[in-house]
Each structure stands twice: as C-alpha cells, then as structure tokens.
Ligand binder design. Sequence first.
Ligand SMILES: C[S@@+](CC[C@H](N)C(=O)[O-])C[C@H]1O[C@@H](n2cnc3c(N)ncnc32)[C@H](O)[C@@H]1O
Length: 211
Amino acid sequence: MKYNIENGAERIVSRSPHVETNPMKNKGRWHEIFGNNNPIYLELGMGRGDMIINMAKQNPNVNFIGLEINENQMVNAVTLLRSMNLKNIKLINTDAKNVADIFANEIDTIYLTFCDPWPKDEDEKKRFTYEAYLKLYDKIFIKDKKHLILKTDNKGFFTYSLESLSAYFYVFNKVSLDLHHDNIKNVMTNFEKQYAKENRPIYYVDARYPR
Ligand SMILES: C[S@@+](CC[C@H](N)C(=O)[O-])C[C@H]1O[C@@H](n2cnc3c(N)ncnc32)[C@H](O)[C@@H]1O
C-alpha cells in the first residue's frame, strides 16, 4: 500500500519518536538531543533508510541522522525502526537544501548514497556535489574538518563528483570503481542491494579535508 498525506503518512511520520518534526530548533544542539558527545553521521536522501538504520544498530557509539524529502520513504524508515529500540538515530523529513538551517558545525561525516544524478547540464545545480551544496556542507561539518562518503552506480555523476570535490580541496582517502569486490567496509542501501543482485559496479569515494 502507498501512503500519502490523505491516508495518513504525515501522521505516521510526525508521531514517530525517531522523527524530529521541528529540526531547525535543534541547530547547534544535536549532541544535547542525543545526550552524548559521540560523532554525528548524516545521510542525505536516505530513501527507506536501510543503510543508516543498520549502521545505527552496528555502531552504538555513533549518532546517525537520516534526511529524506519524500514522505512515503519516511513512512518506510519509521516502520523499519518501530520494533527497534535504537537511541542513536533521528530522522528528518525535509529538503537537503535546508541543512545549514538545521545544523551548525556539528556533523562529522556526510553520506551521499545513490542520489539522483541529474544528468542534464541545466540540472547541475540540483546535484548533491554541486559547488553550492559543498559550500552548505562546510557550514555543518565540524570546523575545518570535512568527511564525505559517496556511493553511486552512475559513472557520469561519479566523475562529476570527483572533479567537483577535488576543485573544492577535498582529498581522496579511498576510491573504488567496484565497491562490492574491493575490501572496503560497507553497509548496503536499498538501491544498492538491488544493484548488487544485478552485479552492477558501484563507484565509491571517501573524501576528506584535511587528509
Ligand atoms: C535514488 S534514491 C536513493 C535512496 C537511498 N539513498 C538508497 O540508496 O536506497 C534518492 C533519494 O533521495 C531523495 N531526495 C532527492 N532529492 C532530495 C532532496 N533535495 N532532499 C532530500 N532528499 C532528496 C529521494 O526522495 C530518494 O529517496
């Protein structure tokens, strides 16, 4: 069944204890919200949240925040979380372009996983690795420290992202042109599980500043 506002998606999402319905009021206070000083990892466009939820299960000493614009996907994530008593994960239903209104310099790592590649030139500004987005990320990363992990099945978007990150002074800690056959620790997203079945290569970069 597809949920939408008419049949209750909004209610399901807003009532979940994992969802922050007014995230802007937490700007600069996310460690306080989690009740600890553990690092905070943020995934933009988490979809139904498979990766971030499993990472939260496996890493109790890290705080995770999943952000997603689509309410139906939020319902899937909230439903997955319902039976789990995880204290180290929060979800936010908003557009990624709002990140600098939601976070101060408090994010340790940003995950961009299988985000929309927007292949047409006129859509470049919508790509999550477009320079304006990288500038926004600077406002939310811990001061003078950037760490971004990107996974995609789209070669064009990957090439574009490497160029954009490199021009923005990121250095590449690890690059893989076939993540699932390289020895890199990885938790799969929902899209990624499908691509793995099709044996499609997954492109991966772990980019930082400074090295
Ligand atoms: C191709 S899906 C990938 C989902 C998930 N990361 C995965 O790998 O299974 C891209 C997701 O990004 C979300 N998205 C697209 N634009 C967004 C934006 N501006 N802000 C937040 N989420 C966005 C979409 O709703 C969709 O769930």
